[in-house]
Design a protein around this ligand. Structure first.
Ligand SMILES: *Cc1c(COP(=O)(O)O)cnc(C)c1O
Length: 380
């Protein structure tokens, strides 16, 4: 099956008892057993739920994985992987990591004597030099948030595999429509389904997909034992969202290209970060591993100040000021005072995250309206 067909049919069958084309929301906590231990594949809903199974089969299909496990949030999915580490283990992660992942690693797992190195993964030599005997996990995020750096998944996965290190790719920003890390050699893929997979800003969820059976057994153990599972209604919403993933992504990416080009030509705009622009340092890598360049655009103002960024954001009407991304509606956010507010200014500037940097999640409205909205907001 090709991607658009898969996003509707992968792992889906009409429901057995009624023929319902959409899977019912199995709102139940437990399941009747014929005899103790004899059941229809489900015993208790922390461990499994048929609506969740439908979603897991779908995401496994989209990521070309043998298995998938769904979670109550993207962070819960990350947590289930980090909990497989043991004191003394070492992890290498992208340096401009999603803020919630960074907080989880530094504040929850570092105190348990797990060591983290945050490095520039666009430079493979840096990663090579950081590997130690105890390195167990390579945590790749690409494109990154909010600087939209692109790391070479194939090269990193190959390096990890040579050193018997597990490689995990947070594929939230690209979505499986644009990028399939497992096909590039990664061991596992993680998603915040809250974003493009759900696609309508109405649900929080996470997922892990992999064809590594031993790894997935450990993930399932975490599902069963720590119980950060999504409810059936949430699974239904993500599954419903996925059916339009390819057409939403296509529209969003087309809009993002127009927005990036418009900003690139604007006199008040400083730098525009978009992997599809010729000026982007990792355009070639993006072309190699992604189907297209994504729907996130980051830019700075020539007048580089937090105040100017705030003024810009209070002037937009269609772009809504909010955290998150990947929904049908366009959002604007200001990393320096929102998602990355807790990072010291010097560290932030060193990484290239300027005071005025503004991040856009481009939705599927009319491109002309989006450009006009930005044009108006830039008229200060
Ligand atoms: C949002 C996000 C997460 C965390 O997901 P939640 O569903 O919010 O817990 C992880 N990684 C990336 C790249 C994200 O954008």
């Amino acid at each position: 099956m090709r991607f658009k067909t898969k996003s509707i049919h992968a792992g889906q069958q009409p429901e057995e008892t009624s023929g319902a084309v959409m899977p019912p929301i199995f709102q139940t906590s437990t399941y009747a057993q014929e005899k103790p231990g004899v059941n229809k594949g489900y015993d208790y809903a922390r461990v499994g739920n048929p609506t969740r199974t439908n979603l897991e089969k779908m995401i496994a299909g989209l990521e070309e994985a043998d298995q998938c496990a769904c979670f109550a949030s993207g962070c819960a999915a990350t947590d289930a992987i980090a909990k497989q580490l043991r004191p003394g283990d070492h992890v290498i992660a992208t340096n401009d990591l999603y803020g919630g992942t960074y907080r989880l690693f530094r504040q929850v797992f570092e105190p348990y004597n797990i060591e983290f190195s945050f490095v520039d993964m666009t430079n493979i030599d840096t990663v090579k030099e950081t590997i130690k005997d105890d390195t167990q996990l390579l945590w790749i995020e690409t494109p990154t948030n909010p600087l939209l750096n692109v790391c070479d998944i194939e090269a990193l996965a190959e390096l990890a595999s040579r050193h018997e290190i597990l490689s995990v790719v947070d594929n939230t920003f690209a979505s499986p429509y644009l990028q399939n890390p497992l096909n590039l050699g990664a061991d596992a893929v993680l998603h915040s389904t809250t974003k493009y997979l759900g696609g309508h800003s109405d649900v929080i969820g996470g997922a892990i997909a992999s064809s590594n059976e031993t790894f997935m057994e450990k993930v399932r153990f975490q599902v069963k034992t720590t119980g950060a599972v999504p409810g059936p209604m949430d699974c239904y919403l993500v599954l419903r969202g996925i059916k339009t993933l390819p057409i939403r992504m296509k529209e969003s990416v087309e809009n993002a290209k127009k927005v990036a080009r418009f900003l690139d030509d604007h006199e008040k705009v400083g730098t525009v970060l978009y992997p599809g622009l010729d000026s982007h340092p990792h355009k070639k890598v993006a072309q190699k591993q992604m189907k297209d360049f994504g729907a996130m655009v980051t830019f700075s103002l020539k007048d580089d100040s937090i105040e100017k960024a705030h003024e810009f954001m209070s002037n937009t009407e269609i772009f809504t000021l909010a955290e998150s991304l990947g929904g049908v509606e366009s959002l604007v956010s200001h990393p320096a005072s929102m998602t990355h507010g807790s990072i010291p200014r010097e560290t932030r500037l060193q990484a290239g995250l300027k005071d005025s940097m503004i991040r856009l999640s481009v939705g599927i409205e009319d491109a002309e309206d989006l450009v006009e909205d930005l044009q108006k907001a830039l008229a200060f």
